[in-house]
Write a protein that binds this ligand. Structure first.
Ligand SMILES: C[S@@+](CC[C@H](N)C(=O)[O-])C[C@H]1O[C@@H](n2cnc3c(N)ncnc32)[C@H](O)[C@@H]1O
Length: 332
């Protein structure tokens, strides 16, 4: 078995449309720094995030930390429910994964799918791969599970038995599909696709194509999407303006009008069932012991701001097939 990921690499000349999208790529740093900060003050455990991103010098506001707690908790609940229903005989494809650490966390919990795929812009993947290569805590789990001689790796891609990370533009479906297939994506296996705060950076046409591709590619599947909602009100408009000032355009804000428009996008692009919940509702359904624990971590006097913020994000999930597995019954 290979002992290290620091082996000579096969450099590929994978396509690179890197000039644009700097603002969108910057959101990866924002999200991972917020997660790292929340972890550092005890909102949830994640021993891996510190190996991907530095600790922010500035404190993040308590409402931001609680928002991230609800986001990570909600996605993790849906993901674990899918893994349990399929008894882990499935795939997870995290689209726009950024510095997400779920692969490592699931391995620790003995809940790894047959294969876990991550996709992001090549530049983000190169950064993530650099950390994976040079930090044994990240590379060892991948190598341990690989148990084959060859491990395919280049600057924008790593393909191992149970984990693959792929540099690709999600707006180019044929490139995405080709690269996933090269990494042995199996369209017959139940598949969970996750987009955590990603679709809003594409035009509605581009996100619709991605959602449609996902629905048509797998026999049995679930799609989990976390992103903005209620974006037509004043608070929503301010969110758009703030991001625009930071060179980040929310090109896909249109389907983020309401929970209904979020569900409709899924249903009109090939999914059979769709559910959606705003994050305030999700927060109010969290186990009381967990809420008391996190609410004791920091004092928050702006309850109204927390509520407004949480009402402008949502979790949506959709299923296709899998009635024998009970995928339709999965909820937060
Ligand atoms: C807000 S970050 C979220 C990262 C991660 N999902 C999380 O929640 O921690 C958005 C991510 O989507 C990626 N992304 C956005 N548009 C993309 C595209 N067209 N192709 C590939 N990745 C994209 C960005 O590079 C970034 O990593």
């Amino acid at each position: 078995m290979a002992a290290s990921l620091r082996r000579p690499s096969t450099i590929s000349s994978s396509s690179s449309t890197e000039a644009d999208d700097e603002g969108v790529r910057g959101t990866c740093e924002d999200a991972s720094m917020c997660k790292r900060f929340a972890v550092s003050i005890g909102y949830w455990d994640d021993p891996y995030i510190q190996h991907f991103v530095r600790l922010s010098k500035e404190r993040k506001a308590p409402e931001i930390n609680r928002g991230y707690f609800a986001r990570v908790h909600g996605i993790s609940q849906l993901m674990k429910a899918f893994l349990r229903k399929t008894e882990c005989h499935c795939q997870v494809i995290n689209l726009g994964a950024g510095m997400d650490t779920a692969f490592w966390m699931l391995k620790d919990q003995d809940l790894l799918p047959s294969k876990y795929f991550e996709v992001d812009f090549p530049m983000i993947v190169t950064r993530k791969l650099h950390n994976i290569k040079f930090k044994p805590l990240l590379s060892q789990p991948i190598l341990e599970l690989h148990c084959e001689d060859t491990l395919h790796m280049d600057g924008h891609l790593l393909d191992s038995k149970r984990y693959a990370i792929i540099g690709a533009d999600l707006r180019d479906i044929s490139e995405l599909e080709e690269k996933l297939k090269k990494c042995n994506m199996n369209t017959q296996l139940p598949t969970l696709l996750v987009t955590e705060c990603v679709l809003v950076y594409m035009t509605p046409e581009q996100s619709a194509s991605l959602i449609k591709w996902a629905a048509s590619s797998f026999v049995t599947a679930m799609f989990v999407n976390y992103e903005q909602v209620n974006m037509e009100d004043r608070f929503g408009q301010i969110m758009v303006e703030n991001l625009r000032r930071r060179q980040c355009d929310l090109a896909g804000v249109e389907p983020c009008k309401s929970l209904e428009s979020q569900k409709q996008r899924l249903l009109s692009n090939g999914w059979e069932t769709a559910s959606a919940m705003n994050m305030m509702e999700l927060y109010s359904r969290l186990p009381r012991t967990e809420v008391s624990r996190i609410e004791s971590l920091e004092f928050l006097d702006e309850l109204e701001l927390l509520e407004q913020l949480m009402q402008h994000y949502c979790l949506c999930w959709a299923t296709k097939g899998g009635s024998h597995l009970g995928l339709k019954d999965i909820t937060c």
